[in-house]
Design a protein around this ligand. Sequence first.
Ligand SMILES: [Zn+2]
Length: 469
Amino acid sequence: MSGELAIGFHGAAGEVTGARHLLSAAGARVLLDCGMFQGHRQDALAKNRDFPFPPESLDAVLLSHPHIDHSGALPLLYKKGARAPLYCTPAARELVSLMLLDSARLQESDARFFNKIHAADGQTIAPLYDEEDVRLCLARARDQALGSALEAAGVSALFLNAGHVLGSAMVQLDAPAAGGRRRILYTGDLGRRRSLLMQPPQAPQDVDYLLIESTYGGRSHAPIDGLSESLAAVVRRTMAEKGKLLIPSFALERAQEVVVLLERLRRERGLAKIPIYVDSPMAVEITGIFDRNLADPGFAPAFKEYAAKTGDDPFGLETVHYVRTKEESQSLNDKPGPMIILSASGMCEGGRILHHLRNNIGNDTTTILIVGHQAQGTLGRRLQDGAKKVRIFGLEHEVWAKVETMHGLSSHADQGDLLAFVAALDPKPRKIFLVHGDPDEQAALAQGLEAAGVKDVVRPQFGQVVELD
Ligand SMILES: [Zn+2]
């Protein structure tokens, strides 16, 4: 294999979870991301458990960002024998430590629950890894700042800003091939051209091969300009009705974006008389990490300027109530409105938001504000689609709350952003591989790229290995 350059697509191929791409070059092996597959239990379990390469053969593991679909199988990789250093940005290392420990705990409690209810029929499941495995994996983690290069067995790598979430990076690789050195760019997840907090991604030059995400390859997001206005209207109504505004939110990036929007309303529009509670232990921890990393180069200059104006407190640690204990969370039930409760999970599938929904969904002064993507089959999606009755913790509830959606908050590039990113590459890459997207989104993006004159667009299959000249 020496002298040959190849890339293997071992996840996020024709789907959005389980990102794992293996670059092989002149005997070197570099793994890009090692994400968890989500979806149907048996299918996902097999894909999560098996690595089609010996983990001990890796020279380096490069993590684009901390989301579980990119990082969630790292502890298993190290449990199964990987010894290579794990490189990620300093902020990503803080975030991924928290998220992997949480993932281990969740798997352990899921397994306990499953084994308990299947005790009679003898079926058992085991977590993929435990907290000890996570610590083993994190012991291999090395900080790699944006813009500084590293070398692994003859392959050089550089992290570039991806603009997706705090700590996110694109990976630029320069590797030997039969015809000379080749540049490969892996976008990881790519941010938008304009975002509330993050600096937009900038395309590097002289890219030979591009691996680009395609989550929203066929869709356009609403612009971010009208966000404050629409949020202000919902907050004003909640204040007038003395109601409760419940915002289900992802703990990483979305929760911080919404807090910044709310804090700006308080500072700049005088919406001061409504208490804001962030009631998700994970969102509280993550906001602490954001607060400690205000100087991170991934943040947009406009956000940094705003942060400076607030005396370096853009997330309102002085004014917003960050709820930590269960007792504090439960005490919100007895407090009268108006109030805003931001809680996880983002699709109402678990976490403290379920308690707040159960307690408030039957009141017509409650507003449930949807601020993120709701997958088919989730409680969040049923509410968004206008369900009049829903089940929470096994009991049916009538929905008297108003349910509204605020479009425009997304950490992912849409079709226009993706096409603009590719258009900025000069010269055009020899080949573009679409990863991290469902088939219909990929088809739409491929069409858009072809219409823009980009010819060689490949949609790799799961497990496919492609040789690069
Ligand atoms: Zn992501």
